[in-house]
Write a protein that binds this ligand. Sequence first.
Ligand code: R5P
Length: 297
Amino acid sequence: MTKMIFSGAGAQSLAEDIAGASGIPLGRLDLHRFPDGETLFRILDTVENQDIFLVARLDNPDAKLLHVLMLANGFRQQGAKSVTLVSPYLPYMRQDIAFNPGEIVSAAAFAKLISHNFDRLITVDPHLHRYQTLDEVYEIPTYCVSADEPIAGWISSHSGKSMIVGPDIESEQWVRKIAGHLQAPYQTLRKIRRGDRDVEISLPDLTDFNEHTIVLVDDIISSGATMLQTVRRCHLAYPDAKILCCATHCLAAIEVLESFASEGVQAVAATETVLGPNSTIAIANQLSKAIIKSAGR
Ligand code: R5P
């Protein structure tokens, strides 16, 4: 036995699915919380000379990162050959520039922390906007899984003729691939962000597509402002549009998701990179293939 999967930071069910799909055994951990708030970690399986894959859901990362770093160092203390972080959602990637004096470029700072504590990183559709690749900030080998096929599969089971719409320039990278799988037309809009929940989206041209379901696609739904504003712009251009929304990562609160229905959206779906009521699109198979591929190098 040379490889073992562990679950950290709320990823137990995903780690089980990945273990099942890859045939790699799932290791066991025991965590004890002391009255002072510190944690005692016990690794219940032998990790000596093993390649360890730590599956961790790092949405809401500030509360989870310390556990993940402690585990990485713990595996090493006990003789692991390598430790790979499998973080299906890669946080802090949207903070890739300092807009004001004194602001930290958190994407680069976070990348350093991960690079110094892990041997490799596997993730799904990282938010690459001003960086072209993760190699610009990560100092370890990185493997990016794409959710385009599972998302295209979801769309084809929920819509006949689809018109794929991305809300901003950077969504083009996902929208183009998904539209390609579906052999569907696509367009990307222009977005101006004025604040966390204040965005302006350009008007789509849906003139020739009134037979189509409008499918909005983005990598992330967070506050929901981008998607909801795009829904409103589509309804303005085409009031009778049937609209579906999907994203790779859905970080939105349940109240936000409920407001999609009140805007007339027929369904919202995301992959299981982040746990949530709408995270129904499976991604474990793609992650298990990436684990097998990365371990061979
Ligand atoms: C940023 O450009 C991303 O691709 C998403 O459009 C953005 O993160 C969505 O955030 P929100 O839901 O808060 O508008």
